[in-house]
Write a protein that binds this ligand. Structure first.
Ligand code: ZN
Length: 281
């Protein structure tokens, strides 16, 4: 695991990570070396939370991607005061979004510690599920978010136009979050006009990702969130290694530099945004 960075001058939270993958609740496949390395490190939930707290990352949202993951994340959130959960069927698994499965996702979404329906959305980079299946599953999750009053957490990979179109057609829920924001300044402007949150992750620190820094420059502070997507997408200089919530300070400091903002002020703004998006902790 990468070394622990300098702590933050204030508190912030991680809006999107996958605790079940980090702790090995779901055994990583051989095609997923980063998750394998994270699991080999053998951290417990308690150790992950404590290490994060030691640098000012005092809370996190752990996100489901299929039914077993959603059940586990919902139960984990119920057992830990500083953890909230999201529940959903990932767009790559959209063919599994049967009415029965979506019914249980909706039941889980109503639990008090489950504060998000996600990650859902569209992934046109991977073609594990057809675009039709993905759009149908995305629409169903939008409806669940609206019926339950929970935030909608969107995975958008190479599908910006269709994500915005489906949201407009269905009518967006009150809170929409683009997880691991992957667009340019133009998409950031469109999200900002629509009042959608943009959650920035490790790639905003990557040398070749100037477009993400331009997007962060355009995003208003009141719509910004920060996340790890741990164990994936570690910030510079730890590319290729497993990510964890304690690495949030590296991404947050990069965002503060882009915004010309004080790190403490940006952390405070993001924490306030988190309370608006996910509800009070
Ligand atoms: Zn994720």
């Amino acid at each position: 695991m990468p070394p622990v960075p300098e702590g933050l001058p204030g508190e912030v939270f991680d809006s999107h990570c996958h605790l079940d993958i980090m702790v090995g609740e779901r055994q990583a496949s051989s095609g997923d070396p980063v998750a394998q390395a994270a699991q080999a490190a053998g951290a417990s939930i308690r150790a992950i939370l404590e290490q994060a707290k030691s640098v000012g990352v005092t809370r996190l949202v752990t996100i489901g991607y299929d039914l077993p993951s959603s059940r586990w994340n919902a139960a984990t959130a119920a057992n830990h005061d500083d953890v909230y959960a999201g529940v959903a069927i990932h767009p790559n698994e959209a063919h599994a979004s049967t009415p029965e499965v979506l019914g249980e996702i909706e039941e889980l979404a109503r639990l008090p510690h489950v504060r998000a329906v996600g990650e859902t959305g569209l992934d046109y980079f991977r073609d594990w599920a057809s675009h039709d299946d993905q759009q149908a599953s995305f629409r169903a999750h939008i409806e669940i978010a609206k019926r339950t009053g929970k935030a909608l957490v969107i995975h958008d990979r190479d599908a910006h136009d269709d994500v915005l179109r489906v949201l407009a057609e269905e009518g967006a829920p009150d809170v929409v979050i683009f997880h691991s924001f992957s667009g340019d300044a133009e998409l950031a402007k469109r999200c900002s006009d629509a009042g959608y949150y943009m959650s920035f992750s490790g790639p905003v620190t990557y040398k070749n990702a100037g477009y993400l820094r331009e997007a962060a420059g355009v995003a208003p502070m009141e719509l910004m969130l920060v996340e790890t997507d741990a164990p994936y997408l570690p910030p510079v200089p730890h590319r290729g290694k497993p990510n964890a919530p304690y690495l949030i300070p590296l991404t947050l400091r990069c965002l503060a530099e882009v915004k010309g903002a004080d790190v403490r002020d940006l952390a405070a703004a993001i924490s306030a945004n988190g309370e608006t998006a996910f509800g009070a902790w």
